[in-house]
Ligand binder design. Structure first.
Ligand SMILES: Cc1cc2nc3c(=O)[nH]c(=O)nc-3n(C[C@H](O)[C@H](O)[C@H](O)COP(=O)(O)OP(=O)(O)OC[C@H]3O[C@@H](n4cnc5c(N)ncnc54)[C@H](O)[C@@H]3O)c2cc1C
Length: 450
């Protein structure tokens, strides 16, 4: 089994791409973007599409897509980490299609397939949670076309999942090969004239539009911070976004017999409703890619070095995969890896621009950043160009993260306790059939929203 590297997705592309040249000295541009994940790349894309005369430069510490963007579950999800209004929901739903539109227009070959998503209950407590989830969506204006209950029989016509009792299906989700999207997007922005410097860490973002690197200062009208789970690497930003670890495994391709036994013809993305939930996609070449929380957080906001994953995490993800897909009992796990997502103290996504300091940002996506980074990138592009579009009035624009995370060791103790409480709560719920209060206590400790 391969580990890290940093992900199966890059491995499938033949490994990490050869790095583009690093910055060779100080320079002036119109917009300097720090980080070449989806946020930085989409921001650059929409800036150049709107105004080809803008000089846009991306400064990336590793290579484009090296962070969460090249390692994630590949859900282009119609969800964001912000409890918005109906307009917000519709904007996010449309974002799923926008990603598909750009991939088609730019020839980005990333296995985009909009097959929808299933939220699946696998015990009685999760079933009650599923009904509440549906009621919540109805209260937010979702119709049967946006979210629909599938009882067990109907669900089984789509997919045979071990222990599944019922599901809610939404059409607002697509599946992608995440690294192929990042790599394709980087090529697309270069075609538009964006300059990408790789192996160029930014040490500090100074007021007045300065991105400071070891090679010199990049002076810009705007600096865009697009560093998400790695934001602690920038001076003065240590406790802003917590680098929460998420881990994944991918199997070898399933046999045609196993696929026939499972169904899953629309390749819906799937998650269960456990407190420590797992998320799943069927890849274009018929693998199961499944992710969840292993070691949730490393002391001092450290991040993995190259996507490595603890053996115990591989074993627990594999165990859950075999429970859900008994038909794939023979499929070996081919790859395991991990990455970090960015979690602000209030667990709410935010986009903003500070005209005094000449800094703009989009981030704090928590676990749902693939579509949100497209939306955030479009909004940042509007904000720095002074465009008063409908998007810039969405409620998460200008949302302020009022608190940083606690200093260590409180940060470590809080997050580690949260996930151990979730796991205990899941075990108790499975045995007793009653909701465990431990999950609520865990949410109170960390402020996590659902
Ligand atoms: C395992 C995993 C599974 C996930 N699954 C899903 C999913 O299925 N669906 C979903 O919606 N979301 C998912 N997410 C979250 C999603 O991947 C992220 O929210 C999204 O990719 C964030 O994009 P980004 O560009 O903001 O950050 P990143 O992709 O992390 O990019 C940040 C970039 O900034 C660079 N950088 C950092 N610091 C510096 C610096 N100082 N100087 C220069 N460059 C720097 C990094 O090298 C990196 O390339 C998952 C995340 C993980 C880790």
């Amino acid at each position: 089994m391969l580990i890290g590297g940093p992900s199966y997705w890059f491995h499938a592309l033949g490994g990490l791409p050869v790095a583009r040249p690093a910055l060779s000295g100080g320079t002036d541009v119109d917009v300097a973007i720090v980080g070449a994940g989806y946020t930085g790349l989409w921001t650059a894309y929409y800036l150049k599409r709107a105004d080809p005369s803008l000089r846009v430069m991306i400064l990336e510490r590793e290579v484009a897509g090296y962070g969460a963007s090249g390692r994630n579950g590949g859900w282009v999800s119609g969800e964001i980490a912000f409890e918005g209004d109906r307009r917000t929901r519709l904007a996010v739903y449309d974002t799923v299609d926008e990603v598909g539109r750009v991939c088609a227009a730019e020839g980005i070959d990333c296995d985009f397939l909009k097959g929808g998503s299933l939220s699946v209950a696998t015990n009685e407590v999760q079933l009650a949670r599923l009904h509440r989830h549906l009621e919540h969506r109805r209260a937010g204006g979702d119709t049967e076309d946006d979210a629909r209950l599938l009882e067990r029989d109907e669900l089984e016509q789509r997919i045979r999942l071990g222990g599944a009792l019922a599901a809610v299906r939404t059409p607002h989700c697509a599946r992608v090969q995440p690294a192929a999207l990042a790599v394709g997007l980087a090529a697309a922005v270069e075609r538009l004239g964006v300059v990408i410097h790789e192996h160029t860490p930014v040490r500090e973002i100074l007021p007045g539009g300065i991105a400071r690197t070891d090679q010199g200062d990049v002076r810009a009208s705007w600096v865009v911070r697009a560093t998400e789970g790695y934001t602690a690497s920038i001076r003065g930003r240590k406790r802003r976004l917590l680098p929460m670890n998420s881990s994944m495994i991918a199997t070898e391709p399933l046999t045609p017999e196993a696929i026939a036994a499972i169904g899953w013809n629309d390749a819906e993305t799937i998650h269960d409703l456990a407190n420590a939930y797992v998320y799943i996609q069927r890849t274009a070449d018929d693998r199961i890619a499944l992710g969840g929380r292993g070691v949730p957080y490393r002391f001092g906001s450290r991040t993995d070095r190259h996507g490595e994953i603890a053996p115990g995490t591989v074993a627990s993800l594999e165990h859950r995969m075999r429970e859900l897909f008994p038909q794939a009992a023979e499929a070996p796990v081919a790859h395991g890896w991990s990455g970090v997502l960015g979690v602000p103290r209030d667990w709410q996504f935010a986009v903003g621009a500070d005209p005094q300091r000449r800094v703009a940002w989009s981030g704090g996506y928590v676990g749902v950043g693939v579509a949100a980074a497209n939306l955030g990138g479009r909004i940042v592009a509007d904000l720095v160009r002074g465009e008063r579009s409908d998007l810039v009035t969405l409620p998460f624009v200008g949302h302020a993260w009022r608190r940083d995370w606690e200093p260590e060791p409180l940060r470590y103790l809080g997050v580690t306790a949260m996930y151990s409480l979730y796991r205990t709560a899941d075990r108790r719920e499975a045995h007793t059939g009653r909701p465990s209060r431990l999950a609520g206590i865990a949410d109170k400790i960390t402020g996590r929203k659902h």
